[in-house]
Design a protein around this ligand. Structure first.
Ligand code: SAH
Length: 347
């Protein structure tokens, strides 16, 4: 998964612009400008609530085409002091997509990083939309007595195929407390995602700020099974068919992600369905004000975008929003008590 997505010469994100109608898949910021605008205003409200720390790091993980950040910046220009205090950091490994982000954000001072670690210390306000699902995952298969790891090999014709082998102890340790399951069942785990969540938790605990993590997935108590999916040209395809030419993701296990962040010291809020979150942020009101100024074609697009982002049959339920916040700070706008307390994961 890691090689197919991130190899510098032939990896998926390094060789193409996969987004939008002409690409392989459409993400929320590509559906509508309203998505990035509302997230920007929410972050600005969280920043005000925290006493307007200045300067702060405005961080995005995996900005794709840079659409969300462009919409966020435009919408928050009216919030006094916010952009002046923001020091923008984008985490992106693809040179090709970095160039695309540069053209999308022409007049801004922006720094790029390969990973979160190099973003300078200080309070951060972070957004990650459809980033976590692209970080590589492992699959462990339950056997009669233990766990094996699902691996990829090539068959006699040189085609990629699944096989299984001995599971590394480090991975088996991660499923030590997994709910009971039958031989043959698959548990997906992602050390890369958990390391990232823990680091975010540590930084928020130490320096303050919030992180907004949006992705498809759920908070579940059972093991997830095989969720590896490949998409090309807006259609599901065999994940092994064309490595480097198809998008690969697995569902985000928000429970494990939240527990890792709490271990790092952050409070965890939600996850809540994306539709609920966007309605709380006023997506209907914002859409209505755009509809008032729109022509017939634009009106159709706006209504369709609202539906796609919020309806349960589209992205509204499958996508979830989880917030990480600093213990001791008031709950972030629109949230009540944390679902996990920093430092003492309890569920
Ligand atoms: N957030 C964007 C794009 C999501 S696609 C949107 O919503 O439209 C995933 C993005 O993460 C791409 O920009 C990809 O190049 C980047 N990416 C994937 N794996 C990465 C990694 N390990 N480190 C840094 N960036 C990564």
């Amino acid at each position: 998964m890691d090689l197919a997505l991130n190899h510098p010469d032939w990896g998926y994100y390094h060789t193409r612009d996969p987004f939008g109608a002409a690409g392989d898949f459409v993400t929320a910021p590509e559906v509508s400008q309203v998505f990035g605008e509302l997230i920007g205003l929410w972050l600005a409200a969280a920043w005000q609530q925290m006493g307007q720390p200045t300067p702060f790091r405005l961080v995005e993980l995996g900005p794709g085409r840079g659409q969300l950040m462009a919409d966020l910046v435009r919408a928050t220009a009216m919030v006094p002091g916010f952009l002046a205090a923001a020091d923008i950091h984008l985490i992106e490994t693809s040179e090709r997509l970095r160039a695309r982000q540069r053209t999308q954000l022409p007049d801004l001072a922006v720094s790029w990083h390969d990973e979160l670690e190099t973003v300078p210390k200080g309070p951060f306000f972070l957004i990650a939309n459809e980033f976590v699902d692209a970080l590589p995952a492992h699959q462990l298969i339950r056997t009669e007595t233990d766990w094996a790891e699902r691996l990829v090999t090539s068959d006699d014709h040189g085609r990629l195929t699944f096989t299984q082998g001995e599971a590394p102890v480090m991975l088996v340790d991660m499923v030590e407390n997994a709910p009971v399951c039958e031989p043959g069942e698959i548990a997906e785990i992602s050390p890369a995602r958990e390391v990232l969540a823990k680091r975010m938790g540590e930084r928020i605990h130490g320096d303050g700020g919030v992180a907004v993590i949006i992705d498809y997935g759920a908070w579940v108590d059972h093991i997830t099974g095989d969720t590896l999916q490949a998409v090309r040209d807006h259609r599901p395809v065999d994940p092994l068919c064309m490595p480097g030419e198809v998008d690969l993701t697995t569902q985000v296990d928000f429970k494990r992600l939240g527990e890792a962040a709490a271990k790092g010291g952050a409070h965890v809020f939600g996850p809540v369905p994306q539709g609920t979150f966007l309605r709380t942020l006023g997506i209907e009101v914002r859409t209505a004000s755009l509809l008032a100024k729109a022509d017939e074609g634009q009106r159709r697009n706006l209504r369709e975008a609202l539906f796609r982002l919020t309806d349960a049959s589209a992205m509204g339920e499958a996508f979830k929003v989880m917030i990480l916040g600093q213990p001791g700070a008031p709950p972030p706008p629109g949230f009540g008590a944390p679902s996990l307390q920093g430092g003492q994961p309890s569920r």
